[in-house]
Design a protein around this ligand. Structure first.
Ligand SMILES: [Ca+2]
Length: 282
C-alpha cells in the first residue's frame, strides 16, 4: 500500500511540474510588447492587387521591360514563363527566343495577402515596314514635265522620252529611241543590307537587234565611268519577239551598305519602252 501511495505522489509531482514547465514556455514565447497578427487573422483593409504592363525593349526585341502597376503591395515574385523568376519590382527580362510566354506576377503585402495576375507576353520579330518609293513609277504623272523630272540624270545621258502607245498601264510609258542617247535614272531611299525585288514591264521593237539594260547602282553616280563599278545588280533585256506586248521582268538585289540606290535604264541599238516599276521587300 505504501508503495502505491509513494508512486501516486511521484506521478502527481511529475504532472504538476510538466504543466508548470509548459506554462513557463508559453509565457516566454509571448511578446506582450508587440502583437503581430497571424495571416488573415484580421481583415486586410487594403489588400494587394497585382497588375503590370510590358513592352519590347527599344534596343533588343527579345528583352521585355515590365512595369509594375500593383497596388498596396510590398513584395513581388515574377515568373517569366521560361523558367526564370525575379523579385525585383520592375524587372527587365531577356528571352532566349521568340514565342508566347505566360508571365505571372504575385504581389503580396506584410499581412501575407497575395494577389496574382497572369498575362501572355508575345515576342515577335519587329516588322520592317519601310518600303522604298519610286516616284512616277508608271510614267503617267502629268504636268510641268514632272513625269520625266523624277527620272533625270543629265550627266549620264539625255532624259527619257514618253510614249502613249503602246503602254503597259495608264496613259504613258517611258521610251528610249534606237540611238541609245536617252537614259532613265532615279535615286531611291532603301534600308542597308536588305533584300529587295524590283519589277517592271518592258517591250522592244523587233528590229534592229539591240538590248535594253536595267541596273541597280550603289548610290548616286555622276560619271559614266563609275557605272560599272557601282552596279549591284543588272539585267540585260533582249526579248524582241513582239513590239506591242510588254514583258514582266524582276531584279532581286541586296542594298549592301547603301541607304540610297539608283535605278538606271539604258538601251543599245533598238527602240525600247518601259512601264510600271514596282519595288518590294524581298
Ligand atoms: Ca504607265
Amino acid at each position: 500500500m505504501h508503495n502505491i501511495n509513494i508512486k501516486n505522489n511521484i506521478k502527481g509531482t511529475f504532472w504538476l511540474g510538466s504543466i508548470f514547465l509548459l506554462f513557463t514556455v508559453f509565457l516566454s514565447s509571448c511578446d506582450f510588447t508587440y502583437d503581430l497578427p497571424e495571416a488573415n487573422s484580421i481583415a486586410d483593409e487594403t489588400p494587394p492587387s497585382a497588375s503590370f504592363d510590358f513592352k519590347q525593349d527599344d534596343a533588343d526585341y527579345l528583352t521585355i521591360d515590365f512595369s509594375n502597376l500593383s497596388g498596396s503591395a510590398t513584395d513581388y515574385v515574377w515568373d517569366f514563363g521560361d523558367g526564370s523568376t525575379s523579385t525585383a519590382k520592375n524587372p527587365s527580362h531577356t528571352y532566349a527566343e521568340i514565342g508566347n510566354y505566360t508571365v505571372s506576377l504575385s504581389a503580396s503585402d506584410k499581412l501575407g495577402v497575395v494577389n496574382s495576375l497572369t498575362r501572355t507576353v508575345e515576342i515577335i520579330e519587329p516588322v520592317d515596314d519601310f518600303v522604298p518609293v519610286i516616284l512616277n513609277a508608271g510614267f503617267d504623272e502629268e504636268g510641268d514635265d514632272s513625269y520625266r523630272d523624277h527620272w533625270k540624270n543629265l550627266e549620264l545621258g539625255g532624259i527619257l522620252q514618253i510614249t502613249s502607245s503602246p503602254v503597259h498601264q495608264g496613259p504613258k510609258a517611258g521610251k528610249f529611241p534606237s540611238a541609245g542617247d536617252r537614259i532613265a535614272y532615279q535615286l531611291i531611299s532603301v534600308q542597308p543590307n536588305k533584300n529587295y525585288l524590283l519589277s517592271f514591264y518592258y517591250t522592244m521593237k523587233t528590229s534592229p537587234e539591240g538590248t535594253m539594260s536595267v541596273a541597280i547602282l550603289a548610290g548616286h553616280v555622276t560619271e559614266e565611268e563609275q557605272i560599272e563599278g557601282a552596279t549591284i545588280a543588272e539585267k540585260t533585256l533582249d526579248d524582241q519577239s513582239d513590239a506591242s506586248t510588254y514583258v514582266l521582268e524582276k531584279i532581286p538585289f541586296n542594298s549592301g551598305d547603301n541607304s540610297e540606290v539608283a535605278i538606271f535604264v539604258s538601251n543599245v541599238g533598238v527602240e525600247c519602252r518601259i512601264d510600271s516599276f514596282e519595288i518590294e521587300n524581298n
